[in-house]
Design a protein around this ligand. Structure first.
Ligand code: ATP
Length: 482
């Protein structure tokens, strides 16, 4: 099985991910399985940080969003109502020359995987007509595998939120406008998984459905609907906002989130879908794109979906999805703004953004390449590396273990006593660890009382070092990593 190595930079990132235990090919010992990836020890921490930060900023830090954790397999009628059974397809075609199978809309981007010599890069062989290919994975529920028992692995987490809308409203004292957030696995039988984890067949989504009043209700209640001003953040939510301002608000909130974890606006782009591109029910859809080494591609989509989803479930289930709005003294099916992000694509973007190679020259004049992952401290898998200067001095080791135990309950720290201090710094630079703490003879007070109980705190990006009392270490580092 080939590993995608579409650009030299991606090749380096893919290789670092494997070497340092960020991302492995799934089932590698059996030759791998295309479109499936596993997160190793560092990758698991990185991805967990990403999901936790999303959850914190989208639910815990807000009074108007609650969470949900629904099943992957749901009643198949959910996917009938949502339109996925009938229309969640990609156009697929076969190349008669190389026998490769492609997405018709990507035919010019994908090198022929089978016989590049025949089809060269543009896959110039004779093609079949494109035909729709449904991306949902099917399975059977119960012991009998027939058509009556077909079920689907969810291709998105969003539908469970719509299906549970009524239960959340009835159980949680939420009032519109409010949102329901969910993080979880989604599955799509992508025709051509590629670009490392960017297009996988199993991945994780982080989705919010934010329910709002229909504009007519806002208009009736407030005598008008606030208009979208010039560019920029529309500010704090107001009762007279309609879908346009809520949509803009969420686009800006999401970009701020990305900035807060180390993806600067300059690495991002917005793509506003044209009227012709929009789904028939959607009022607007913005893709937030990241400038990946293989091209500027979607990280997240933010759609204003009207009342399409709840109305569909109302129709197919026969259960009212109306909400009684006490303030407006009326009933309606709420409209929705949907910021929908992928955790794996975000992890990949963070890895690409963080990856740096630098030439360093040591005191003997030897030049080496230093690989650094400049993760924002909030998402870094390991926050602090703890190093006793020498491993064969029990006092140094004991003090280092003491520092380790002091920091450990508050953050992920890594204790390392193997090899020269330079090598240990280099290993942590490559893992993206923002801080290093070295315990030396000064810490033990062997060179006088002034530096006793202090350690060297090293900053990964500047390589600057400072002396910090052990008693102040936690207070110094914690605000920077949380
Ligand atoms: P694309 O056009 O790239 O296939 P999409 O528009 O179908 O993506 P959505 O259905 O809007 O994607 O899904 C929301 C988010 O889920 C995407 O922005 C992306 O981050 C993530 N996502 C979707 N498909 C995949 C996939 N195959 N692998 C990894 N992440 C995915």
């Amino acid at each position: 099985m080939s590993t995608p190595k579409e650009t030299p930079l991606m090749e380096k990132i893919v290789s670092l991910c494997k070497r340092r235990g960020f991302i492995f090919q799934s089932s590698e010992i059996y030759g791998g399985i295309n479109g499936f990836w596993d997160y190793g020890p560092l990758g698991a921490e990185l991805k967990r940080n990403v999901k936790d930060l999303w959850w914190r900023s989208m639910t815990r830090m807000r009074e108007d969003v609650v969470g949900l954790d629904a099943t992957i397999i749901m009643h198949p009628n959910i996917w009938k109502a949502s339109g996925h059974v009938d229309t969640f397809t990609d156009p697929m075609l076969d190349c008669k020359t190389c026998k490769g199978r492609f997405r018709a809309d990507q035919i010019n981007e994908i090198p022929c995987p089978q016989k590049p010599s025949k089809c060269v890069n543009q896959c110039e062989g004779e093609k079949t007509e494109p035909r729709p290919f449904n991306l949902m994975f099917t399975t059977h529920v119960g012991p009998i595998a027939d058509d009556d028992n077909v079920a689907y692995l969810r291709p998105e987490t969003a539908q469970a939120i719509f299906a549970q809308f009524k239960n959340v409203v009835d159980s949680s004292r939420v009032k519109i406008p409010f949102g329901i957030a969910q993080v979880g696995k989604a599955f799509r039988n992508e025709v051509t998984p590629r670009n490392f984890t960017f297009r996988s067949r199993e991945f994780e989504q982080m989705e919010l459905e934010f329910f709002i009043k229909p504009d007519e209700v806002v208009h009736k209640q407030h005598g008008g609907v606030a208009q979208l001003g010039v560019d920029g953040h529309p500010g704090e939510p107001q009762p007279n906002w309609g879908w346009q301002l809520w949509h803009k608000y969420w686009v800006e909130e999401r970009i701020r989130f990305y900035e807060g974890i180390g993806l600067p606006r300059t690495s991002l782009a917005e793509y506003w879908q044209s009227k012709e591109e929009l789904a028939h029910y959607a009022k607007a859809c913005v893709d937030i794109l990241y400038k990946f080494p293989f091209g500027t591609q979607e990280l997240e989509g933010i759609a204003a979906r009207g009342d399409f989803d709840l109305a569909q479930h109302q129709k197919h289930s026969g259960k009212s999805q109306e909400y009684f709005d006490q303030e407006a003294a009326t009933k309606y099916v709420p409209h929705v703004i949907e910021p929908s992000a992928g955790a794996d694509r975000l992890v990949l973007a963070l890895l690409c953004e963080a990856f740096f190679e630098e030439q360093t020259t040591d005191e003997k004049g030897k030049t080496e390449t230093r690989t650094v992952l400049r993760f924002h401290p909030r998402i870094a898998p390991v926050k602090v590396g703890i190093f006793p200067l020498l491993k064969n001095k029990p006092e140094l080791v004991a003090k280092a273990r003491e520092v380790f135990e002091t920091l450990r309950p508050s953050m992920n720290v890594f204790y390392d006593e193997g090899g020269s201090i330079g090598k240990r710094y280099a290993r942590q630079d490559e893992a993206g660890t923002p801080f290093g703490v070295t315990i030396d003879f000064d810490t033990l007070g062997e060179n006088g009382p002034d530096l006793k109980e202090t350690v060297t705190l090293r900053h990964r990006d500047t390589q600057a070092q400072e002396r910090v009392p052990i008693s102040k270490l936690l207070g110094r580092i914690l605000p920077l990593v949380s």
